[in-house]
Design a protein around this ligand. Structure first.
Ligand code: MN
Length: 239
């Protein structure tokens, strides 16, 4: 048995490839897993549980089938789908996971994050993140009509693309001190996160302890899956 991790699928109705690939995973390999963790940005965009694109209905069914078959699916918010709420969780059968969450898996202490909290050099983004995660702000946005929310989301995306283009690459990566602090505070020996779209396995020392940071890949070009079992970790490419 193993535990599976994915993040940054960025599923969108106009990109059926990754959507189908993930549905296949939910009907296949995930059934034989102990648990499936989705570490944020499952969707490219989510403007509220009251608006679900019909293209996502088979995905919601597949998530529910997977959890009913006995594989718990745990969902952590990313910076694209932070408006996923209770209705989505009930419909899909997923359980909500805080960011960060420390879990013990096969005798290892594993810290799970989306990854954006580690990008502390991007001060503008961290300020924006606090606003987007503010329950009062979210409540106000969710009151707005769907068309208005869609327009708002498109404008926010365009603004984010402009900001991202003008920022140095290093600012948008994780800050090493933030990584060290997260591993030190949690006592974890393995950190798994996504968000930066820079898949890699980093080995580092924290207070003399050998620890690992595994960055999950995005699904824009091809799927990417991390499996963890008693023997260690394995990155599995998907079609
Ligand atoms: Mn992200």
């Amino acid at each position: 048995m193993s535990v599976l991790f994915v993040s940054d699928l960025h599923l969108a109705p106009d990109n059926p490839g990754p959507l189908q690939s993930f549905i296949d995973l939910l009907h296949g390999r995930a059934r034989a897993a102990d648990r499936l963790f989705i570490l944020g940005d499952l969707f490219e965009l989510w403007i509220g549980d009251d608006y679900v694109d019909p293209a996502f209905e088979p995905l919601l069914d597949a998530l529910q089938d997977c959890t009913r078959s006995g594989t718990p699916v745990l969902f952590m918010h990313g910076n694209r789908d932070f408006l996923i709420g209770e209705h989505f969780l009930q419909r899909s059968g997923c359980s909500r996971l805080d960011d960060p969450t420390l879990v013990e898996l096969y005798g290892r202490r594993v810290l799970l994050m989306h990854g954006d909290l580690l990008c502390t050099d991007d001060v503008d983004y961290q300020r924006l993140r606090r606003q987007l995660r503010d329950p009062a702000w979210q409540q106000a946005v969710l009151q707005k009509p769907v068309a208005e929310r869609l327009a708002l989301a498109r404008r926010a995306r365009a603004a984010s693309d402009r900001a991202t283009r003008d920022k140095p690459q290093a600012i948008m990566d994780v800050n090493p001190d933030a990584v060290t602090a997260a591993l030190r505070d949690s006592g974890a020996d393995l950190l798994i996160h996504g968000h930066t779209h820079r898949p890699a396995t980093h080995r580092l020392q924290v207070d003399g302890r050998a620890v690992q940071r595994i960055v999950l890949g995005d699904w824009y070009q091809a799927g990417s899956l991390l499996a963890l079992d008693a023997d260690g970790t394995e990155t599995i490419p998907l079609p």
